[in-house]
Design a protein around this ligand. Structure first.
Ligand SMILES: [Zn+2]
Length: 74
């Protein structure tokens, strides 16, 4: 089921991000970042949902040019 993004923001940003990560990927990055994270990393909470990019493996993230986060150490 699709939920309008504005409603997702109104509900709870961190819950929305966790749901996004759990549904789509094991690792998460932002279109504006060259670092990838575990879904539970606190850095992700600072990203805009529309910019999030998911990866199913570290290899996929690294082949996309992303580096490992030094905080969550994926
Ligand atoms: Zn991280």
């Amino acid at each position: 089921m699709r939920t309008p993004r504005i409603l997702v923001f109104a509900l709870c940003l961190s819950t929305a991000l966790t749901a996004f990560a759990a549904e789509t990927a094991k690792y998460v990055s932002s279109k504006n970042s060259d670092v990838f994270h575990r879904p539970e990393c606190r850095i992700i909470a600072q990203m805009k949902v529309k910019n999030l990019v998911g990866y199913t493996s570290k290899g996929e993230a690294m082949s996309a040019g992303k580096k490992k986060c030094e905080i969550c150490k994926p």
